[in-house]
Design a protein around this ligand. Sequence first.
Ligand SMILES: [Zn+2]
Length: 72
Amino acid sequence: MARRVTVNHVHSELPAVPGAVRMPEHRVAISERGSFCFATCTCGWFSPARRSRDLARREADDHLTDNGAAPG
Ligand SMILES: [Zn+2]
């Protein structure tokens, strides 16, 4: 009689040091390509190409706000 043993590997993905958790960095930049502008972020996010630089900047601000980072 074989008994089946199930082993669950439980590993914590939390950092062991309290207070070491930091927010992912969001730094946006407005790039221009031809007559289009778009915002890019260091986290990998980018806005669609816009004809208006103001609109791209506003979307960048929205992205920062959505992610809890202060626009600036
Ligand atoms: Zn970002």
